[in-house]
Design a protein around this ligand. Structure first.
Ligand code: FE
Ligand code: MN
Length: 337
């Protein structure tokens, strides 16, 4: 029962020299780092001119559309810093492998860019920051998601938490699934779908484009997180018991309920051509994809109600969709000659 911890792996590796990145062992981490750098962007590059006109015009957007925009900005504005804090204060300490740490530093920077996006949106649209940054406390469907993630990831946030055996490693894996699969992989996606649906109707296209960039970054964060999770499982097969697998599936099912409730609350009457239930189905469809990515059986078997979202989120090489913009950032070092 007391199988010892694999101390030669990606987590809490006592033999790793964190300052010696070469030779590399986990090329997936290196590749995600390169993809992140190649996708560089900043919010100021996106013009908010049209958004400002539309936002200030009392007749252009419906009350429901304004609600949806506020709900999503309110959720993301705090979720981005929550993620950044988790990464830097909790995940980084235990992931001792140098190429994974290099990726975590890149991801932390991207979270700072995402935080910057909401500063920029707040400034350009003239949104009251107190209102926006308090929504995670005042709006129940937002606070329930945040609380769920915070409770889910309590153990590794404890400064005295150490990964020393299979029990603590399982806790660490559980919390990683909370950060990456649930927060970044499920709780962001109803919002992405809503903001992109709005953009498809030529409404708030500046914010919509920023959400597209954020979503592209998040799809790499999620891919890194799942590779990390699957590597820990492969290095320590004894932690991936049937009981633990069932526990994770149950957590994901709870997360889907919360995300569905959030979607209904943010967009109670649907959007032109989209009913609210389709957002819920989209979350279920996304959750199945996440389950499969960490080798768990699907639960929902839903069709993707928004095939247009898969262009933006689900491509394994997200670059295709954004080719025109990404190329501008591509430096000589990352070009293939
Ligand atoms: Fe982010
Ligand atoms: Mn992220």
């Amino acid at each position: 029962m007391n199988t010892p911890l694999n101390t030669a792996g990606v987590v809490s590796n006592s033999k790793t020299d964190p300052n010696k990145i070469l030779p590399m062992r986990y090329m997936w981490a290196r590749n995600h780092y390169k993809d992140g750098v190649a996708n560089n962007w900043t919010p100021e590059e996106v013009s908010m001119q049209k958004d400002v006109e539309q936002w200030k015009d009392p007749k252009f957007l419906s009350e429901d559309e304004r609600r949806l925009i506020m709900w999503n900005m309110g959720f993301f504005a705090t979720a981005e810093s929550l993620t950044a804090n988790n990464l830097v204060l909790a995940v980084y300490r235990h992931v001792t492998n140098p190429e994974c740490r290099q990726y975590l530093l890149r991801q932390a920077y991207e979270e700072a860019v995402h935080t910057d996006t909401f500063i920029y949106c707040c400034d350009s649209l003239g949104i009251n920051p107190d209102e926006l940054y308090n929504m995670y406390l005042t709006i129940p469907s937002i606070s329930e998601k945040d609380e769920f993630v915070i409770n889910l990831t309590k153990s590794i946030f404890d400064p005295f938490f150490e990964v020393t055996d299979l029990v603590t490693l399982r806790k660490f894996l559980h919390d990683l699934i909370g950060y990456y699969v649930i927060m970044e992989g499920i709780f962001f996606y109803a919002g992405f779908a809503m903001m992109l649906a709005l953009k498809r109707q030529n409404k708030m296209i500046g914010i919509g484009e920023q959400f597209e960039y954020i979503m592209r970054d998040e799809s790499i964060h999620l891919a890194f997180g799942c590779d990390l999770i699957n590597t820990i499982k492969a290095e320590n097969p004894a932690i991936w018991t049937k009981e633990f697998q069932d526990e994770i599936t149950e957590l994901i099912k709870k997360a889907v309920i919360l995300e569905g409730a959030y979607a209904v609350d943010a967009c109670p009457r649907g959007l032109l051509g989209i009913n609210t239930q389709q957002f819920v189905h989209y979350v279920q469809y996304i959750a199945d994809r996440r389950l499969e990515r960490i080798d768990l059986p699907k639960v929902y078997n839903k069709e993707n109600p928004f095939p247009w979202m898969s262009q933006a989120t689900d491509l394994s090489k997200e670059k295709n969709f954004f080719e025109s913009r990404v190329t501008e950032y591509r430096t000589a070092g990352s070009l293939e000659w």
